[in-house]
Design a protein around this ligand. Structure first.
Ligand code: PLP
Length: 407
């Protein structure tokens, strides 16, 4: 069954506006997606009717808020097919989830001389926490190289893997190029040498079927705001056995069992990793975003986005002066490109003048851009509410910009 895109668009109020005198075309979905009205209503409803702190109140509002908060955890469990909801930890975002693993798993299980593998495709969020850990404890960071088309070189990965490798922390789908990494193969190979695997799922959780049991990843991080949910909220999935062995991340309320001035004992998972008052409204409002994904269907969403990507790629690759960046055969709906002898930022500005929102620059992947010999790219990224008609307008605008420069 194909997507009823007009019905879907009617759920997203922000899409129905003009920008710079043109109907908004929002192609910056890899940065953040727009929110359906049910998410906006849930935030308002929470503050109007249920606002209360959770887990410790003995009153009705606290019960309601706690129940809704935990219902979202169960929905995330469903999204990821985790074994149990206790393996789902709420954080501020992908960045905090990865930092949590670096600070807790990293400090306990990664020692001087041990190796951590990442790849050239990584977002800064999956580079810097590991560099910080290595600086602190003398571990060694190694980088899996890529081909010119933006694919991991698996033979090089296998050469880098050894019994010194303690963690492989890898992006599932690249935000800058769209490349989908063969994570199942990577996870199996890493496990064979006793290494654990963290998947940066910031770009995969919204587009791909991510089944943590089938993949057998040890950790997976993603952000709610890229799945039609609120900002300020992320998820860390971790296998129970690991989470139980890891020390806490932040100390404070909620994460304790008992505190004396001499010693503190810690709460069970997931609460051990959720110190302080969490983003209650955001967690509660993430459930309608997930319901939207479940109702629409991940398969249908993916098919629609792939159709837009194939359609755009098919036309754009013939535009004179346009250089596609990232041409792996397996991609999420990200089209990165440059226009010969133009700065990406200037292209972005010209598109914005037509009401078209794209991202320009290094996309928080400076080492990747350096590897490709680029300062940056222009990136159009599609979501379920985008249409072929919008792609047509975008293609026309891009072709015009390219023709001005490349006569
Ligand atoms: N990793 C990838 C692949 C991303 O695309 C992003 C955001 O663009 C992040 C990590 C960081 O996500 P956040 O800023 O929500 O923590």
């Amino acid at each position: 069954m194909s997507i009823q895109v007009n019905a879907i668009r009617s759920l997203f109020p922000i899409l129905h506006q003009e920008v710079n005198g043109h109907p908004l075309i929002y192609f910056d979905n890899a940065a953040t997606t727009q929110k359906p009205v049910a998410v906006l209503d849930a935030i308002q409803n929470y503050y109007e009717k249920d606002n209360s702190n959770i887990h410790r109140g003995a009153h009705t509002l606290a019960d309601r808020a706690t129940r809704q908060y935990e219902e979202t955890r169960e929905s995330v469990r469903t999204l990821l097919n985790a074994r149990e909801a206790a393996e789902v930890i709420f954080t501020k975002g992908t960045t905090e989830s990865i930092n949590l693993v670096a600070k807790t798993f990293g400090s306990k299980f990664i020692q001087k001389g041990d190796e951590i593998l990442i790849s050239t495709l990584e977002h800064h969020s999956n580079i810097v926490p590991w560099q910080m850990l290595c600086e602190q404890n003398g571990a060694i960071l190694k980088v899996i190289p890529i081909t010119d088309s933006g694919e991991l070189i698996l033979e090089e990965f296998e050469k880098l893997l050894s019994n010194k490798t303690k963690l492989v922390s890898i992006v599932h789908a690249s935000n800058a190029l769209g490349t989908i990494n063969p994570v199942k193969t990577i996870i199996a190979a890493a496990h064979a040498v006793g290494a654990k695997v963290l998947l940066d799922g910031a770009q995969s959780a919204s587009h791909l079927e991510v089944d943590v049991q089938e993949l057998d990843c040890d950790f997976l991080a993603f952000s709610a705001h890229k799945l039609y949910g609120p900002t300020g909220l992320g998820v860390l999935y971790g296998k129970r056995a690991l989470l139980e062995e890891m020390p806490p991340f932040l100390g404070g309320g909620e994460m304790i069992r008992e505190v004396t001035f001499e010693k503190t004992t810690y709460n069970t998972i997931p609460f051990k990793f959720e110190a302080g008052t969490p983003s209650i409204a955001e967690v509660i409002a993430f459930k309608p975003a997930l319901d939207f994904i479940f109702t629409t269907g991940k398969k249908q969403i993916l098919a629609h986005e792939n159709d837009l990507l194939d359609y755009a790629t098919g036309i754009l690759r013939d535009v004179k002066g346009l250089i596609p960046v990232g041409t792996a055969p397996e991609k999420v709906a990200v089209f990165s490109f440059n226009i010969q002898s133009m700065h990406p930022y200037d292209v972005g500005q010209l598109l914005d003048a037509k009401g078209i929102a794209v991202r320009t620059g290094h996309h928080c992947t400076q080492p990747l851009m350096r590897r490709l010999g680029l300062e940056g790219t222009v990136r159009a990224s599609f979501a379920v509410y985008n249409t072929r008609a919008e792609v047509d307008v975008f293609v026309q605008a891009v072709s015009k910009i390219a023709s001005l420069k490349n006569k």
